[in-house]
Write a protein that binds this ligand. Structure first.
Ligand SMILES: [Zn+2]
Length: 90
């Protein structure tokens, strides 16, 4: 087997796994156990088990992990990286 055949099989496996996971998350949303919501503090998309905006998300709790450059440049500002300019209303 060439490298391209192995890479193609790996790509097919990853895409099939992601599609199957998305189907199951959709089914969980259908029965009301999984929701994609906006964080109340920073407005990033996050997941929640209830249909209410969570008070914090991984972006708020670990800004250096998910936005390392921004966190390094804004060490003394408010925690979390707020999504700027969204016009969502709750
Ligand atoms: Zn947040």
């Amino acid at each position: 087997m060439t490298v391209y055949e192995v890479a193609t099989i790996a790509l097919v496996f990853v895409l099939a796994t992601a599609a199957t996971a998305a189907i199951y998350l959709g089914l969980l949303n259908w029965i009301g156990a999984f929701h994609v919501m906006r964080c109340a503090a920073c407005h990033h998309l996050t997941t929640a088990s209830t249909r209410a905006a969570p008070a914090s998300c991984p972006h708020c709790r670990r800004p250096a992990l998910l936005h390392p450059v921004y966190a390094a440049r804004h060490q003394h500002g408010p925690p979390g990286v707020r999504v700027v300019g969204d016009r969502l209303r709750y």
